[in-house]
Design a protein around this ligand. Sequence first.
Ligand code: HEM
Length: 143
Amino acid sequence: MTVDKSLIHEVNQSLGRCILHSGFMEKFYTNFKASHPSIPPFFVKTNMATQHKLLKEGITFLLMSAGGSAFAQTEMKKLGVRHDPSHLNVKPELYRYWVEALMKTVKEFDQNFTAELDKKWRTALQIGIQQMIDSYQTPQKLA
Ligand code: HEM
C-alpha cells in the first residue's frame, strides 16, 4: 500500500520547514521522553546528537517508503528489525507516543501548520508505523 505522492510531497515540505530550525529534533526527543515514563530509559546511553541525524533520515525513509520508494522500503525493513523483540524491543503500544510527540513538535515548528496538514502527516506516517509494528509481531531476518 502506498500514499498519494502529492500528499507525501506536502508532508515532506512541512518536514523541511521544521528541520530549518536547528532545535526541531531536540524538541521532538524532549516531547517524546515526556510523553510516557517508559520512554526515557530507552535513551540513557544514546548519543543524542547522532540520534537526531539518524531520526531525520528515518522520518525521510518512512515518508519515501509510504510514497512507494523500494529503497526506502528496504531501509524501513531494517528499522523494523532494529526495533523488534530481539533488538531494541520497542513494544507496539509505544508508537502512538512517538506519533503524538512528532505531531506536537511539527505543530510547534511549522509556521504553515493546519489541522488538515496534521491529518496528512498522520496518513503519511501510518503505513510505516504499521510496518514497524508488524515487524515486532512477526520478527523477520534480513535477506
Ligand atoms: C516509526 C517510528 C520510529 C522511527 C522512524 C524510528 C527511527 C529510528 C532510527 C532511524 C534509529 C537509529 C537506527 C540505528 O541505530 O541505525 C532508531 C533508534 C532507536 N529508536 Fe527508534 N524509531 C521509531 C520509533 C521508536 C519508538 C516508539 C521507540 C521507543 C522508545 C524508539 C526507540 C529507539 C531507540 C532506543 C533507539 C536506539 C538508540 C541508541 O542507539 O541508543 N524508536 N530509531
